[in-house]
Design a binder for this molecule. Structure first.
Ligand SMILES: C[S@@+](CC[C@H](N)C(=O)[O-])C[C@H]1O[C@@H](n2cnc3c(N)ncnc32)[C@H](O)[C@@H]1O
Length: 452
């Protein structure tokens, strides 16, 4: 097989990015856009020692699960990768992927549920962060990055974003251009506006606008006053924040911020708990499914009311506060200080008096509880994609709680970490919850119980 060869391939599986997988000449061929069971004619666009990448030229035998993508820029845009697959099939594939990952690591778990999907898997994202870029022709554009590049794909309507967020992001963009601001030039590290980030409370409708700028002088630019004046006409816009990011980096937000309108946060509900959310604090992007996720965790934990619970990687305290009525005491650790401020405010907002949140990394701060002689009955972990680090796992094992609730956004690190906890804990039934329809991502929740 060499580059530009056109070959007929049987798709034998779907991979972690929902791409089709075939085998040819003892090599794995990854074919984005193909579905298990299909026969395709593909052109080889990349050849590596162990694998190749193919591009679908023609679908010879379509899968019964193939559907027409609902978005006109789907093929080019990097925002979604599953729109060509029926939603039920996406859920089936995601379940298979989680199961295969656990089985590959030889994790001994009690079973896996079907993925809990969304009723209507559209317009669910409560947060959009659109790059704003200046092209070589000098035109400023807003959109998603194209697949595997930083070219901007403009789109009239994005069907995964909250519709109001989608509309407003374009309005803010136009307003910024009208006032003479320009998009960011990534190559030269020049220009004014890097990203427009908008959050909207699903239940409250409250909106936060964050404009990420490449030049700190914009913090005091009078044109921003004019922009505030126009935007605040919309009663739902509760706060506007300028964030400065001057580094050559893929990270969206920089460290420094200036709140130019409102308090710097909005609120939203998950179930009956209300949460303050700021620009830098993590909050699940799919509010409806976050509630399903937290309820699944709650049900699996089967709390009695007398437990001491650690909420590790706690964000704005969402899980700990959600469970606070069902336990004696909550202790949370979160690395982002702004999120910890929100967690403390969220306790007051919900009249929660049995929780305490501290700022710092889990690996460094967890020993404080040992020093304070605090022993957890339950530890809930909800780490970022890189999963738990070894120090934290050792501490969790040392604390020996009766139960561990593990919420994960990465099947690979989830399986790795469960394997390390397995000698000490029985691993229950894994429940995948789909918070990210039409993408490759999936959340998993499981409860581990201490071996006798
Ligand atoms: C997946 S989010 C979960 C947040 C929260 N549990 C929720 O449901 O909204 C992971 C959180 O871990 C935080 N984080 C990342 N690395 C950390 C570390 N080493 N120690 C503590 N928190 C960390 C991130 O800032 C983020 O808020």
């Amino acid at each position: 097989m060499k580059k530009n060869d056109e070959i007929e391939l049987e798709i034998i599986d779907n991979g972690i990015n929902l791409e089709g997988i075939a085998r040819e000449e003892n090599k794995v061929v990854f074919i984005p856009g193909a579905i298990k069971g299909e026969k395709v004619r593909a052109r080889i666009i990349k050849v590596n020692n162990s694998f190749c990448i193919g591009k679908v030229e023609e679908i010879l035998t379509p899968s019964p699960d193939r559907v027409e993508p609902f978005c006109s820029v789907y093929k080019r845009c990097g925002g979604c990768c599953g729109q060509h697959i029926s939603y039920n099939k996406q859920l089936e594939i995601k379940k298979e992927l989680v199961k295969n990952t656990l089985d590959k690591q030889k994790v001994n778990y009690a079973g896996i549920d079907d993925v809990i999907g969304m009723g209507v898997p559209l317009n669910f994202r409560n947060k959009a962060q659109y790059p704003v870029r200046k092209t070589v022709e000098g035109v400023s554009k807003i959109g998603f990055y194209a697949k595997r590049s930083h070219d901007i794909i403009e789109n009239e309507e994005c069907f995964i974003q909250d519709q109001e967020i989608d509309r407003l992001s374009k309005e803010v963009f136009k307003l910024l251009l009208l006032k003479g601001f320009e998009g960011y030039d990534e190559k030269e590290n020049k220009g004014d506006i890097r990203h427009i980030l908008i959050r909207r409370g699903y239940h409250t409708g409250e909106i936060m606008v964050v404009i990420v700028v490449n030049n700190k002088n914009i913090f005091d630019d009078v044109r921003m006053e004019e922009i505030i004046h126009i935007l605040k006409e919309d009663d739902n816009i509760k706060t506007i924040v300028l964030n400065y990011n001057g580094s050559k980096t893929n990270e969206i937000l920089g460290k420094e911020e200036k709140v130019i309108y409102g308090d710097g946060y909005i609120t939203d509900y998950i179930g009956d708990k209300r949460y303050y959310i700021s620009s830098k604090s993590f909050f699940q992007v799919n509010t409806i499914q976050a509630e399903v996720l937290y309820d699944t965790l709650k049900e699996k934990l089967n709390l009695k009311g007398n437990e001491t619970l650690f909420d590790l990687y706690s964000g704005v305290g969402s899980i700990g506060i959600y469970l606070s009525d069902n336990v004696k005491q909550v202790y949370g650790i979160e690395i982002e200080p702004q999120a910890v401020d929100m967690a403390n405010m969220n306790m007051r907002l919900n009249n929660v008096t049995n929780a305490e949140y501290i700022a710092g990394s889990v690996e460094e701060k967890i020993e404080e509880y040992e020093k304070r002689n605090i022993h957890p009955d339950v530890i809930v972990v909800d780490p970022p994609r890189k999963g738990l680090d070894l120090d934290s796992i050792e501490y969790i094992i040392k604390f020996a709680p009766e139960k561990i609730g593990y919420v994960s956004c990465s099947p690979a690190t989830f399986a790795r970490d469960l394997k390390m906890l397995e000698p000490y804990y029985n691993i229950g039934v894994v429940t995948p919850v789909d918070l990210f329809p039409n993408s490759e991502h999936i959340e998993d929740v499981v409860v581990l119980t201490k071996k006798k």
